[in-house]
Design a protein around this ligand. Structure first.
Ligand SMILES: NC(=O)c1ccc[n+]([C@@H]2O[C@H](COP(=O)([O-])OP(=O)(O)OC[C@H]3O[C@@H](n4cnc5c(N)ncnc54)[C@H](O)[C@@H]3O)[C@@H](O)[C@H]2O)c1
Length: 579
Protein backbone atom coordinates (compact mmCIF):
# COMPACT_ATOMS: atom_id res chain seq x y z
CA UNK A 1 0.00 0.00 0.00
CA UNK A 2 1.40 3.46 -0.80
CA UNK A 3 0.18 7.01 -0.44
CA UNK A 4 -0.17 9.45 -3.31
CA UNK A 5 1.03 12.85 -2.04
CA UNK A 6 -0.66 14.86 -4.80
CA UNK A 7 -4.06 13.64 -3.57
CA UNK A 8 -3.29 15.03 -0.10
CA UNK A 9 -4.39 12.86 2.77
CA UNK A 10 -7.40 11.31 1.16
CA UNK A 11 -6.47 8.79 -1.52
CA UNK A 12 -4.42 5.65 -1.20
CA UNK A 13 -3.98 2.79 -3.61
CA UNK A 14 -4.05 -0.88 -2.71
CA UNK A 15 -3.18 -3.21 -5.59
CA UNK A 16 -4.34 -0.53 -8.06
CA UNK A 17 -7.62 0.09 -6.20
CA UNK A 18 -8.31 3.64 -4.95
CA UNK A 19 -9.10 3.79 -1.25
CA UNK A 20 -10.45 7.03 0.14
CA UNK A 21 -9.61 7.80 3.76
CA UNK A 22 -11.78 10.40 5.42
CA UNK A 23 -10.90 12.28 8.59
CA UNK A 24 -13.90 14.26 9.71
CA UNK A 25 -17.29 13.00 8.55
CA UNK A 26 -20.60 14.81 8.82
CA UNK A 27 -23.49 12.34 8.81
CA UNK A 28 -26.91 13.93 8.39
CA UNK A 29 -30.04 12.24 9.75
CA UNK A 30 -28.18 9.78 11.99
CA UNK A 31 -30.75 9.85 14.80
CA UNK A 32 -32.93 8.09 12.23
CA UNK A 33 -32.80 4.50 11.13
CA UNK A 34 -30.15 3.70 8.49
CA UNK A 35 -27.68 6.45 9.32
CA UNK A 36 -27.63 5.45 13.00
CA UNK A 37 -26.33 2.03 11.97
CA UNK A 38 -23.78 3.66 9.67
CA UNK A 39 -22.61 6.10 12.37
CA UNK A 40 -22.37 3.39 15.03
CA UNK A 41 -20.47 1.12 12.64
CA UNK A 42 -17.96 3.77 11.58
CA UNK A 43 -17.35 4.80 15.20
CA UNK A 44 -16.78 1.14 16.09
CA UNK A 45 -14.54 0.26 13.15
CA UNK A 46 -12.63 3.53 12.70
CA UNK A 47 -11.96 5.15 16.08
CA UNK A 48 -9.63 7.63 14.36
CA UNK A 49 -12.42 9.15 12.23
CA UNK A 50 -14.32 12.01 13.79
CA UNK A 51 -18.07 11.58 13.31
CA UNK A 52 -20.31 14.62 13.59
CA UNK A 53 -24.03 13.90 13.40
CA UNK A 54 -26.49 16.59 12.33
CA UNK A 55 -30.15 15.76 12.90
CA UNK A 56 -33.18 17.91 13.57
CA UNK A 57 -34.74 15.15 15.69
CA UNK A 58 -37.92 14.78 13.74
CA UNK A 59 -40.78 12.54 14.85
CA UNK A 60 -39.13 9.40 13.43
CA UNK A 61 -35.77 9.91 15.10
CA UNK A 62 -34.52 8.63 18.42
CA UNK A 63 -31.27 9.57 20.09
CA UNK A 64 -31.21 6.14 21.67
CA UNK A 65 -30.40 4.88 18.16
CA UNK A 66 -26.98 6.44 18.69
CA UNK A 67 -26.40 4.96 22.15
CA UNK A 68 -23.47 2.78 21.03
CA UNK A 69 -21.66 5.86 19.71
CA UNK A 70 -22.34 8.41 22.37
CA UNK A 71 -19.56 7.46 24.74
CA UNK A 72 -16.91 7.78 22.04
CA UNK A 73 -14.55 10.72 22.13
CA UNK A 74 -14.74 11.05 18.35
CA UNK A 75 -18.53 11.44 18.32
CA UNK A 76 -20.44 14.67 18.35
CA UNK A 77 -24.17 15.24 18.08
CA UNK A 78 -25.58 18.51 16.80
CA UNK A 79 -29.30 19.14 16.80
CA UNK A 80 -30.16 21.21 13.78
CA UNK A 81 -31.73 21.43 10.36
CA UNK A 82 -29.80 20.81 7.16
CA UNK A 83 -31.89 23.65 5.74
CA UNK A 84 -30.02 26.15 7.90
CA UNK A 85 -27.18 27.42 5.70
CA UNK A 86 -25.53 29.29 8.58
CA UNK A 87 -25.47 26.20 10.74
CA UNK A 88 -24.17 23.94 7.97
CA UNK A 89 -21.42 26.38 6.90
CA UNK A 90 -20.42 26.84 10.52
CA UNK A 91 -20.20 23.11 11.11
CA UNK A 92 -18.19 22.41 7.98
CA UNK A 93 -15.64 25.05 8.89
CA UNK A 94 -15.38 24.53 12.64
CA UNK A 95 -15.31 20.73 12.42
CA UNK A 96 -13.03 20.67 9.36
CA UNK A 97 -15.46 18.35 7.57
CA UNK A 98 -13.92 16.60 4.56
CA UNK A 99 -16.74 14.08 3.99
CA UNK A 100 -20.52 14.32 4.07
CA UNK A 101 -22.78 11.28 4.17
CA UNK A 102 -26.20 12.74 3.56
CA UNK A 103 -29.09 10.62 4.82
CA UNK A 104 -31.43 13.23 6.34
CA UNK A 105 -34.80 13.24 4.62
CA UNK A 106 -38.51 12.91 5.03
CA UNK A 107 -38.80 9.24 4.19
CA UNK A 108 -42.32 7.95 4.62
CA UNK A 109 -44.14 7.66 1.30
CA UNK A 110 -47.55 7.63 3.00
CA UNK A 111 -46.84 11.03 4.55
CA UNK A 112 -45.81 12.43 1.20
CA UNK A 113 -49.32 11.97 -0.16
CA UNK A 114 -50.61 14.28 2.56
CA UNK A 115 -47.83 16.75 3.19
CA UNK A 116 -45.54 16.89 0.21
CA UNK A 117 -44.27 20.42 0.85
CA UNK A 118 -42.35 19.04 3.86
CA UNK A 119 -40.68 16.60 1.47
CA UNK A 120 -39.64 19.31 -0.95
CA UNK A 121 -38.37 21.46 1.90
CA UNK A 122 -36.29 18.77 3.60
CA UNK A 123 -35.28 16.57 0.71
CA UNK A 124 -34.64 19.06 -2.08
CA UNK A 125 -33.99 22.37 -0.37
CA UNK A 126 -32.08 20.71 2.49
CA UNK A 127 -29.81 18.90 0.02
CA UNK A 128 -29.32 22.12 -1.90
CA UNK A 129 -28.16 23.92 1.26
CA UNK A 130 -25.61 21.18 1.95
CA UNK A 131 -24.30 21.30 -1.61
CA UNK A 132 -24.01 25.07 -1.59
CA UNK A 133 -22.15 24.92 1.72
CA UNK A 134 -19.69 22.48 0.10
CA UNK A 135 -19.24 24.89 -2.79
CA UNK A 136 -18.77 27.93 -0.58
CA UNK A 137 -16.38 26.34 1.91
CA UNK A 138 -14.45 24.31 -0.67
CA UNK A 139 -13.22 21.78 1.92
CA UNK A 140 -15.38 18.72 1.25
CA UNK A 141 -13.62 15.85 -0.58
CA UNK A 142 -16.57 13.43 -0.71
CA UNK A 143 -20.29 14.07 -0.76
CA UNK A 144 -22.15 10.78 -0.49
CA UNK A 145 -25.77 11.36 -1.33
CA UNK A 146 -28.20 8.71 -0.15
CA UNK A 147 -31.06 8.17 -2.56
CA UNK A 148 -33.54 5.37 -3.09
CA UNK A 149 -34.61 2.69 -5.58
CA UNK A 150 -37.94 4.51 -5.79
CA UNK A 151 -36.44 7.18 -8.08
CA UNK A 152 -36.54 4.62 -10.92
CA UNK A 153 -40.30 4.25 -10.56
CA UNK A 154 -41.91 0.86 -10.67
CA UNK A 155 -40.37 -2.12 -12.44
CA UNK A 156 -42.47 -4.28 -14.78
CA UNK A 157 -43.73 -7.39 -12.98
CA UNK A 158 -42.10 -9.71 -15.53
CA UNK A 159 -38.76 -7.87 -15.87
CA UNK A 160 -35.83 -10.19 -15.31
CA UNK A 161 -33.15 -7.51 -15.47
CA UNK A 162 -33.18 -4.91 -12.72
CA UNK A 163 -32.67 -1.16 -13.10
CA UNK A 164 -29.01 -0.37 -13.47
CA UNK A 165 -27.44 2.90 -12.43
CA UNK A 166 -27.88 4.53 -15.86
CA UNK A 167 -31.61 3.75 -16.04
CA UNK A 168 -34.04 6.59 -16.44
CA UNK A 169 -35.47 8.20 -13.29
CA UNK A 170 -39.27 7.99 -13.39
CA UNK A 171 -40.52 8.63 -9.85
CA UNK A 172 -44.22 8.06 -9.23
CA UNK A 173 -44.94 9.53 -5.79
CA UNK A 174 -44.10 12.85 -4.12
CA UNK A 175 -41.44 11.24 -1.89
CA UNK A 176 -39.52 9.65 -4.75
CA UNK A 177 -39.96 12.79 -6.86
CA UNK A 178 -38.21 14.86 -4.19
CA UNK A 179 -35.46 12.26 -3.91
CA UNK A 180 -34.98 12.38 -7.69
CA UNK A 181 -35.01 16.20 -7.56
CA UNK A 182 -32.29 16.16 -4.91
CA UNK A 183 -30.25 13.81 -7.07
CA UNK A 184 -30.43 16.27 -9.97
CA UNK A 185 -28.94 18.99 -7.77
CA UNK A 186 -26.21 16.64 -6.60
CA UNK A 187 -25.37 15.79 -10.20
CA UNK A 188 -25.37 19.45 -11.19
CA UNK A 189 -23.00 20.43 -8.38
CA UNK A 190 -20.71 17.64 -9.48
CA UNK A 191 -20.70 18.87 -13.07
CA UNK A 192 -20.78 22.64 -12.49
CA UNK A 193 -18.45 22.96 -9.53
CA UNK A 194 -16.49 19.72 -9.56
CA UNK A 195 -17.90 18.66 -6.20
CA UNK A 196 -16.75 15.05 -5.61
CA UNK A 197 -20.18 13.43 -5.37
CA UNK A 198 -21.27 9.80 -5.12
CA UNK A 199 -24.92 8.74 -5.10
CA UNK A 200 -26.44 5.53 -3.74
CA UNK A 201 -29.89 4.15 -4.57
CA UNK A 202 -31.04 1.51 -2.13
CA UNK A 203 -33.76 -1.09 -1.83
CA UNK A 204 -35.92 -1.19 1.30
CA UNK A 205 -34.04 -1.59 4.55
CA UNK A 206 -35.29 -3.23 7.76
CA UNK A 207 -33.95 -4.01 11.21
CA UNK A 208 -33.62 -2.46 14.69
CA UNK A 209 -34.02 1.34 15.16
CA UNK A 210 -36.62 1.79 12.41
CA UNK A 211 -39.58 3.98 13.30
CA UNK A 212 -42.74 1.83 13.38
CA UNK A 213 -44.59 3.71 10.64
CA UNK A 214 -42.63 1.49 8.20
CA UNK A 215 -44.05 -1.87 7.20
CA UNK A 216 -41.93 -4.44 9.05
CA UNK A 217 -41.68 -2.80 12.51
CA UNK A 218 -45.33 -1.80 12.25
CA UNK A 219 -46.42 -5.38 11.57
CA UNK A 220 -44.19 -6.64 14.38
CA UNK A 221 -45.59 -4.17 16.93
CA UNK A 222 -49.17 -4.87 15.85
CA UNK A 223 -48.58 -8.63 16.02
CA UNK A 224 -47.09 -8.19 19.49
CA UNK A 225 -50.32 -6.48 20.53
CA UNK A 226 -52.46 -9.12 18.83
CA UNK A 227 -53.90 -6.51 16.47
CA UNK A 228 -54.64 -6.96 12.74
CA UNK A 229 -51.86 -6.27 10.23
CA UNK A 230 -53.23 -3.80 7.65
CA UNK A 231 -52.19 -4.39 4.04
CA UNK A 232 -52.59 -1.66 1.45
CA UNK A 233 -54.54 -2.99 -1.52
CA UNK A 234 -54.26 -6.73 -2.16
CA UNK A 235 -50.70 -7.15 -0.86
CA UNK A 236 -49.34 -8.24 -4.22
CA UNK A 237 -46.81 -5.40 -4.34
CA UNK A 238 -43.30 -6.77 -4.37
CA UNK A 239 -40.44 -5.29 -2.35
CA UNK A 240 -36.78 -6.20 -1.88
CA UNK A 241 -35.53 -6.01 1.70
CA UNK A 242 -31.99 -5.64 2.96
CA UNK A 243 -30.96 -6.02 6.59
CA UNK A 244 -29.65 -2.78 8.14
CA UNK A 245 -26.18 -4.09 9.05
CA UNK A 246 -25.60 -5.21 5.46
CA UNK A 247 -26.62 -1.75 4.28
CA UNK A 248 -24.32 -0.08 6.83
CA UNK A 249 -21.52 -2.21 5.40
CA UNK A 250 -22.47 -1.11 1.89
CA UNK A 251 -21.99 2.52 2.96
CA UNK A 252 -18.64 1.62 4.49
CA UNK A 253 -17.60 0.18 1.12
CA UNK A 254 -18.94 3.14 -0.89
CA UNK A 255 -17.21 5.58 1.47
CA UNK A 256 -13.81 3.98 0.98
CA UNK A 257 -14.01 2.50 -2.50
CA UNK A 258 -16.73 4.37 -4.35
CA UNK A 259 -15.64 6.37 -7.38
CA UNK A 260 -16.43 10.05 -7.58
CA UNK A 261 -19.20 10.88 -10.05
CA UNK A 262 -20.66 7.37 -9.84
CA UNK A 263 -24.00 6.01 -8.72
CA UNK A 264 -24.27 2.71 -6.81
CA UNK A 265 -27.39 0.63 -6.37
CA UNK A 266 -27.62 -1.10 -3.00
CA UNK A 267 -29.87 -3.99 -3.83
CA UNK A 268 -30.86 -7.57 -3.36
CA UNK A 269 -32.30 -10.01 -5.86
CA UNK A 270 -34.53 -11.53 -3.20
CA UNK A 271 -38.03 -10.19 -3.49
CA UNK A 272 -41.21 -10.86 -1.56
CA UNK A 273 -44.74 -9.57 -1.67
CA UNK A 274 -46.11 -7.45 1.14
CA UNK A 275 -48.59 -10.25 1.79
CA UNK A 276 -45.74 -12.73 2.24
CA UNK A 277 -43.98 -10.37 4.65
CA UNK A 278 -47.17 -10.22 6.73
CA UNK A 279 -47.51 -14.01 6.62
CA UNK A 280 -43.88 -14.53 7.71
CA UNK A 281 -44.43 -12.23 10.68
CA UNK A 282 -47.69 -13.95 11.61
CA UNK A 283 -45.94 -17.30 11.47
CA UNK A 284 -43.12 -16.12 13.74
CA UNK A 285 -45.76 -15.05 16.26
CA UNK A 286 -47.81 -18.24 15.76
CA UNK A 287 -50.76 -16.16 14.59
CA UNK A 288 -53.43 -17.34 12.20
CA UNK A 289 -52.64 -15.41 8.97
CA UNK A 290 -56.21 -15.47 7.70
CA UNK A 291 -57.52 -13.88 10.89
CA UNK A 292 -54.62 -11.48 11.48
CA UNK A 293 -54.27 -9.92 8.03
CA UNK A 294 -56.64 -7.11 7.13
CA UNK A 295 -56.82 -5.59 3.64
CA UNK A 296 -57.29 -1.80 3.65
CA UNK A 297 -57.49 0.99 1.04
CA UNK A 298 -54.44 1.27 -1.13
CA UNK A 299 -52.23 4.37 -1.31
CA UNK A 300 -53.10 6.89 -4.05
CA UNK A 301 -50.33 5.18 -6.03
CA UNK A 302 -48.39 2.13 -4.96
CA UNK A 303 -45.47 0.99 -7.13
CA UNK A 304 -45.75 -2.70 -7.90
CA UNK A 305 -42.08 -3.52 -7.74
CA UNK A 306 -38.53 -2.07 -7.46
CA UNK A 307 -35.93 -4.36 -8.93
CA UNK A 308 -32.27 -3.33 -8.96
CA UNK A 309 -29.18 -4.50 -10.76
CA UNK A 310 -26.70 -4.71 -7.87
CA UNK A 311 -23.60 -5.82 -9.83
CA UNK A 312 -21.68 -2.54 -9.63
CA UNK A 313 -21.49 -2.42 -5.83
CA UNK A 314 -20.56 -6.10 -5.72
CA UNK A 315 -17.68 -5.30 -8.07
CA UNK A 316 -16.13 -3.02 -5.46
CA UNK A 317 -16.42 -5.59 -2.70
CA UNK A 318 -19.85 -5.57 -1.08
CA UNK A 319 -22.14 -8.52 -0.62
CA UNK A 320 -25.37 -9.18 1.20
CA UNK A 321 -24.71 -11.39 4.23
CA UNK A 322 -27.98 -11.70 6.14
CA UNK A 323 -30.72 -14.01 4.93
CA UNK A 324 -34.32 -12.85 5.16
CA UNK A 325 -35.11 -15.48 7.77
CA UNK A 326 -32.17 -14.50 9.96
CA UNK A 327 -32.73 -10.76 9.54
CA UNK A 328 -36.43 -10.99 10.31
CA UNK A 329 -35.77 -13.11 13.39
CA UNK A 330 -33.16 -10.62 14.69
CA UNK A 331 -35.50 -7.71 14.01
CA UNK A 332 -38.37 -9.40 15.79
CA UNK A 333 -36.16 -10.20 18.78
CA UNK A 334 -35.01 -6.59 18.96
CA UNK A 335 -38.53 -5.11 18.82
CA UNK A 336 -39.88 -7.53 21.38
CA UNK A 337 -37.05 -6.78 23.79
CA UNK A 338 -37.20 -3.00 23.17
CA UNK A 339 -40.96 -2.55 23.15
CA UNK A 340 -40.82 0.92 24.72
CA UNK A 341 -38.01 2.26 22.50
CA UNK A 342 -40.41 4.63 20.78
CA UNK A 343 -42.87 5.36 23.57
CA UNK A 344 -46.49 5.59 22.50
CA UNK A 345 -46.57 5.18 18.72
CA UNK A 346 -50.20 4.17 18.34
CA UNK A 347 -50.63 7.00 15.79
CA UNK A 348 -48.00 5.36 13.56
CA UNK A 349 -49.67 1.95 13.67
CA UNK A 350 -52.85 2.99 11.88
CA UNK A 351 -53.19 1.78 8.26
CA UNK A 352 -52.30 5.16 6.71
CA UNK A 353 -50.30 7.21 9.23
CA UNK A 354 -49.58 10.82 8.39
CA UNK A 355 -46.83 13.13 9.61
CA UNK A 356 -46.40 12.66 13.32
CA UNK A 357 -45.23 15.23 15.77
CA UNK A 358 -43.56 13.47 18.62
CA UNK A 359 -41.11 15.86 20.11
CA UNK A 360 -37.50 14.96 19.37
CA UNK A 361 -36.53 17.66 21.85
CA UNK A 362 -37.90 15.62 24.72
CA UNK A 363 -35.71 12.82 23.50
CA UNK A 364 -32.74 15.20 23.48
CA UNK A 365 -33.43 15.87 27.15
CA UNK A 366 -33.34 12.11 27.77
CA UNK A 367 -30.02 11.92 25.98
CA UNK A 368 -28.57 14.64 28.19
CA UNK A 369 -29.59 12.89 31.37
CA UNK A 370 -27.14 10.06 30.91
CA UNK A 371 -27.36 6.31 30.69
CA UNK A 372 -28.85 5.69 34.10
CA UNK A 373 -32.21 6.85 32.72
CA UNK A 374 -32.01 4.39 29.85
CA UNK A 375 -32.34 0.84 30.91
CA UNK A 376 -32.54 -0.15 27.26
CA UNK A 377 -29.39 1.65 26.10
CA UNK A 378 -27.03 -0.73 24.40
CA UNK A 379 -23.92 0.78 26.02
CA UNK A 380 -24.14 1.45 29.70
CA UNK A 381 -20.86 3.41 29.83
CA UNK A 382 -21.11 6.87 31.30
CA UNK A 383 -20.99 9.58 28.63
CA UNK A 384 -17.67 11.31 28.41
CA UNK A 385 -17.51 14.98 29.17
CA UNK A 386 -16.84 15.44 25.47
CA UNK A 387 -19.98 13.78 24.19
CA UNK A 388 -22.38 15.16 26.77
CA UNK A 389 -20.93 18.65 26.38
CA UNK A 390 -21.58 18.51 22.68
CA UNK A 391 -25.15 17.55 23.19
CA UNK A 392 -25.59 20.43 25.60
CA UNK A 393 -23.96 22.97 23.37
CA UNK A 394 -25.72 22.16 20.14
CA UNK A 395 -25.78 25.04 17.76
CA UNK A 396 -29.34 25.25 16.49
CA UNK A 397 -31.47 28.09 17.72
CA UNK A 398 -34.58 26.09 18.62
CA UNK A 399 -33.24 24.81 21.87
CA UNK A 400 -36.31 25.37 23.99
CA UNK A 401 -37.64 22.25 25.60
CA UNK A 402 -41.26 22.19 24.66
CA UNK A 403 -43.39 23.81 27.28
CA UNK A 404 -40.50 24.64 29.58
CA UNK A 405 -39.02 27.91 28.42
CA UNK A 406 -40.75 30.00 31.04
CA UNK A 407 -40.05 27.62 33.89
CA UNK A 408 -41.97 24.49 34.75
CA UNK A 409 -44.57 23.37 32.21
CA UNK A 410 -48.18 24.16 32.99
CA UNK A 411 -49.10 20.62 33.72
CA UNK A 412 -52.83 21.18 33.91
CA UNK A 413 -53.08 22.08 30.20
CA UNK A 414 -52.34 19.90 27.22
CA UNK A 415 -53.28 21.25 23.81
CA UNK A 416 -53.82 19.08 20.78
CA UNK A 417 -53.39 21.22 17.66
CA UNK A 418 -54.36 20.34 14.11
CA UNK A 419 -52.79 22.28 11.25
CA UNK A 420 -49.11 22.04 12.01
CA UNK A 421 -47.91 23.14 8.59
CA UNK A 422 -50.30 26.05 8.28
CA UNK A 423 -49.56 29.57 9.46
CA UNK A 424 -52.01 29.62 12.37
CA UNK A 425 -51.29 26.05 13.50
CA UNK A 426 -47.55 26.73 13.49
CA UNK A 427 -48.10 29.96 15.37
CA UNK A 428 -50.21 28.22 18.00
CA UNK A 429 -47.37 25.80 18.62
CA UNK A 430 -44.92 28.68 19.05
CA UNK A 431 -47.24 30.47 21.45
CA UNK A 432 -47.68 27.34 23.54
CA UNK A 433 -43.93 26.96 23.62
CA UNK A 434 -43.52 30.54 24.87
CA UNK A 435 -46.32 30.22 27.37
CA UNK A 436 -45.03 26.96 28.79
CA UNK A 437 -48.16 25.10 27.72
CA UNK A 438 -47.60 21.50 26.83
CA UNK A 439 -48.92 20.65 23.36
CA UNK A 440 -48.69 18.24 20.48
CA UNK A 441 -49.73 18.45 16.87
CA UNK A 442 -52.32 15.93 15.76
CA UNK A 443 -51.21 13.42 13.16
CA UNK A 444 -54.62 12.10 12.11
CA UNK A 445 -56.45 13.22 9.00
CA UNK A 446 -59.49 15.23 10.07
CA UNK A 447 -61.84 13.12 7.99
CA UNK A 448 -60.56 9.90 9.53
CA UNK A 449 -62.43 9.32 12.78
CA UNK A 450 -60.25 6.41 13.91
CA UNK A 451 -57.09 8.46 13.51
CA UNK A 452 -58.55 11.37 15.49
CA UNK A 453 -59.62 9.01 18.25
CA UNK A 454 -56.10 7.51 18.27
CA UNK A 455 -54.61 11.02 18.62
CA UNK A 456 -56.86 11.79 21.56
CA UNK A 457 -56.17 8.44 23.19
CA UNK A 458 -52.41 8.84 22.93
CA UNK A 459 -52.04 12.61 23.56
CA UNK A 460 -54.78 12.95 26.21
CA UNK A 461 -55.38 16.65 25.57
CA UNK A 462 -57.34 19.06 27.72
CA UNK A 463 -58.22 21.24 24.70
CA UNK A 464 -58.30 20.72 20.96
CA UNK A 465 -57.53 23.46 18.41
CA UNK A 466 -58.44 23.06 14.78
CA UNK A 467 -56.37 25.25 12.49
CA UNK A 468 -56.31 22.59 9.77
CA UNK A 469 -58.30 22.84 6.62
CA UNK A 470 -57.96 23.38 2.93
CA UNK A 471 -57.42 27.06 2.30
CA UNK A 472 -56.33 26.57 -1.27
CA UNK A 473 -52.55 26.70 -1.26
CA UNK A 474 -51.10 28.32 -3.33
CA UNK A 475 -54.33 30.35 -3.58
CA UNK A 476 -58.01 29.93 -2.99
CA UNK A 477 -58.70 29.08 -6.66
CA UNK A 478 -57.23 25.65 -6.01
CA UNK A 479 -60.40 24.75 -4.08
CA UNK A 480 -62.50 25.35 -7.21
CA UNK A 481 -60.74 22.53 -9.04
CA UNK A 482 -60.32 20.29 -5.95
CA UNK A 483 -63.82 20.18 -4.55
CA UNK A 484 -63.57 16.69 -3.13
CA UNK A 485 -60.41 17.48 -1.14
CA UNK A 486 -61.93 20.76 0.04
CA UNK A 487 -65.13 19.10 1.26
CA UNK A 488 -63.19 16.29 2.88
CA UNK A 489 -61.06 18.58 5.01
CA UNK A 490 -63.27 21.60 5.58
CA UNK A 491 -66.65 19.94 5.98
CA UNK A 492 -66.35 16.24 6.74
CA UNK A 493 -63.08 16.73 8.62
CA UNK A 494 -64.17 19.61 10.81
CA UNK A 495 -67.51 18.01 11.67
CA UNK A 496 -65.85 14.69 12.43
CA UNK A 497 -63.38 16.37 14.74
CA UNK A 498 -66.20 18.26 16.45
CA UNK A 499 -68.08 15.04 16.98
CA UNK A 500 -65.03 13.16 18.28
CA UNK A 501 -64.33 16.04 20.70
CA UNK A 502 -67.95 16.02 21.83
CA UNK A 503 -67.76 12.30 22.40
CA UNK A 504 -64.55 12.76 24.44
CA UNK A 505 -66.02 15.77 26.30
CA UNK A 506 -63.25 18.01 25.02
CA UNK A 507 -63.46 21.69 24.23
CA UNK A 508 -62.81 22.29 20.54
CA UNK A 509 -61.72 25.69 19.32
CA UNK A 510 -62.22 25.86 15.59
CA UNK A 511 -60.55 28.48 13.43
CA UNK A 512 -63.26 29.76 11.13
CA UNK A 513 -63.00 32.60 8.65
CA UNK A 514 -64.50 36.01 7.93
CA UNK A 515 -64.61 35.09 4.21
CA UNK A 516 -68.20 33.94 4.71
CA UNK A 517 -69.47 37.52 4.84
CA UNK A 518 -69.72 40.26 2.22
CA UNK A 519 -70.90 43.85 2.54
CA UNK A 520 -74.68 44.21 2.28
CA UNK A 521 -77.26 46.91 2.99
CA UNK A 522 -76.98 46.43 6.72
CA UNK A 523 -73.17 46.25 6.69
CA UNK A 524 -72.02 48.80 4.16
CA UNK A 525 -68.43 49.50 3.30
CA UNK A 526 -67.16 52.33 5.54
CA UNK A 527 -70.21 52.20 7.84
CA UNK A 528 -68.20 50.75 10.68
CA UNK A 529 -70.91 48.11 11.17
CA UNK A 530 -69.44 44.66 11.05
CA UNK A 531 -70.85 41.15 11.13
CA UNK A 532 -71.41 39.49 14.48
CA UNK A 533 -70.55 35.92 15.44
CA UNK A 534 -74.18 34.87 15.27
CA UNK A 535 -74.89 36.43 11.84
CA UNK A 536 -75.84 34.13 9.02
CA UNK A 537 -73.17 33.80 6.32
CA UNK A 538 -74.04 35.67 3.13
CA UNK A 539 -71.08 35.07 0.85
CA UNK A 540 -70.92 31.91 -1.22
CA UNK A 541 -68.91 33.27 -4.15
CA UNK A 542 -66.08 30.77 -3.84
CA UNK A 543 -66.06 27.06 -3.14
CA UNK A 544 -63.82 27.69 -0.13
CA UNK A 545 -66.37 30.17 1.36
CA UNK A 546 -69.21 27.77 0.65
CA UNK A 547 -67.60 24.97 2.65
CA UNK A 548 -66.64 27.28 5.49
CA UNK A 549 -70.07 28.92 5.66
CA UNK A 550 -71.79 25.55 5.67
CA UNK A 551 -69.67 24.27 8.51
CA UNK A 552 -69.88 27.48 10.47
CA UNK A 553 -73.68 27.31 10.41
CA UNK A 554 -73.75 23.68 11.46
CA UNK A 555 -71.12 24.14 14.12
CA UNK A 556 -73.15 26.92 15.74
CA UNK A 557 -75.67 24.32 16.70
CA UNK A 558 -73.02 21.95 18.03
CA UNK A 559 -73.07 21.83 21.81
CA UNK A 560 -69.38 22.30 22.49
CA UNK A 561 -68.40 24.71 19.79
CA UNK A 562 -66.59 27.94 20.49
CA UNK A 563 -66.45 30.65 17.85
CA UNK A 564 -62.96 31.31 16.62
CA UNK A 565 -63.25 35.06 16.81
CA UNK A 566 -62.96 34.91 20.57
CA UNK A 567 -59.77 32.99 20.19
CA UNK A 568 -58.39 35.43 17.70
CA UNK A 569 -58.48 38.02 20.50
CA UNK A 570 -56.42 35.70 22.65
CA UNK A 571 -54.06 35.05 19.78
CA UNK A 572 -53.72 38.75 19.12
CA UNK A 573 -53.10 39.57 22.75
CA UNK A 574 -50.60 36.80 23.10
CA UNK A 575 -48.76 37.77 19.97
CA UNK A 576 -48.51 41.45 20.53
CA UNK A 577 -48.49 41.95 24.24
CA UNK A 578 -46.17 39.17 25.35
CA UNK A 579 -42.59 40.39 24.88
N1 LIG B 1 -35.52 3.12 4.89
C1 LIG B 1 -35.38 2.64 3.69
O1 LIG B 1 -35.86 1.53 3.40
C2 LIG B 1 -34.61 3.42 2.64
C3 LIG B 1 -34.34 2.80 1.41
C4 LIG B 1 -33.60 3.50 0.47
C5 LIG B 1 -33.15 4.78 0.73
N2 LIG B 1 -33.46 5.37 1.92
C6 LIG B 1 -32.93 6.72 2.16
O2 LIG B 1 -32.03 6.62 3.26
C7 LIG B 1 -32.05 7.81 4.05
C8 LIG B 1 -32.34 7.45 5.49
O3 LIG B 1 -33.58 6.76 5.55
P1 LIG B 1 -34.16 6.25 6.95
O4 LIG B 1 -35.18 5.23 6.65
O5 LIG B 1 -33.05 5.94 7.85
O6 LIG B 1 -34.88 7.58 7.44
P2 LIG B 1 -35.53 7.94 8.83
O7 LIG B 1 -36.83 8.55 8.50
O8 LIG B 1 -35.47 6.82 9.79
O9 LIG B 1 -34.55 9.07 9.37
C9 LIG B 1 -34.41 10.32 8.77
C10 LIG B 1 -33.65 11.20 9.74
O10 LIG B 1 -33.42 12.46 9.09
C11 LIG B 1 -33.68 13.49 10.02
N3 LIG B 1 -34.06 14.68 9.26
C12 LIG B 1 -35.11 14.80 8.41
N4 LIG B 1 -35.11 16.04 7.88
C13 LIG B 1 -34.05 16.69 8.42
C14 LIG B 1 -33.53 18.01 8.28
N5 LIG B 1 -34.13 18.90 7.48
N6 LIG B 1 -32.41 18.35 8.96
C15 LIG B 1 -31.82 17.45 9.79
N7 LIG B 1 -32.28 16.21 9.99
C16 LIG B 1 -33.37 15.83 9.30
C17 LIG B 1 -34.79 12.95 10.90
O11 LIG B 1 -34.84 13.62 12.16
C18 LIG B 1 -34.41 11.49 11.04
O12 LIG B 1 -33.58 11.30 12.14
C19 LIG B 1 -33.11 8.70 3.42
O13 LIG B 1 -32.46 9.65 2.60
C20 LIG B 1 -33.95 7.75 2.58
O14 LIG B 1 -34.51 8.42 1.48
C21 LIG B 1 -34.18 4.71 2.88
Amino acid sequence: MFSVPSMQITEEFTMGEAIYTPKNILITGAAGFIASHVANRLIRNYPHYKIVVLDKLDYCSNLKNLSPARASKNFKFVKGDIGSADLVNYLLITEGIDTIMHFAAQTHVDNSFGNSFEFTQNNIYGTHVLLEACKVTGIVRRFIHVSTDEVYGETEADAIVGNHEASQLLPTNPYSATKAGAEMLVMAYGRSYGLPVITTRGNNVYGPNQFPEKLIPKFILLAMQGKPLPIHGDGSNVRSYLYCEDVAEAFEVVLHKGSVGHVYNIGTKKERTVLNVARDICNLFNLDCEKSIQFVDNRPFNDQRYFLDDAKLKDIGWQERTTWEEGLRKTLQWYTSHSDWWGDVSGALVPHPRMLSISGVEKLADFQQGPETKAEAETADAPTEHSSLNVNSYVAGNAALIGQENGAPKQSLKFLIYGRTGWIGGLLGKICQKQGISYEFGSGRLENRAQLEADIASIKPTHVFNAAGVTGRPNVDWCESHKVETIRANVVGTLTLADVCKQSKLLLINFATGCIFEYDNNHQLGSGIGFKEEDTPNFFGSYYSKTKAMVSTWMMSHAIYFQAQALFCWLYLTLFFQD
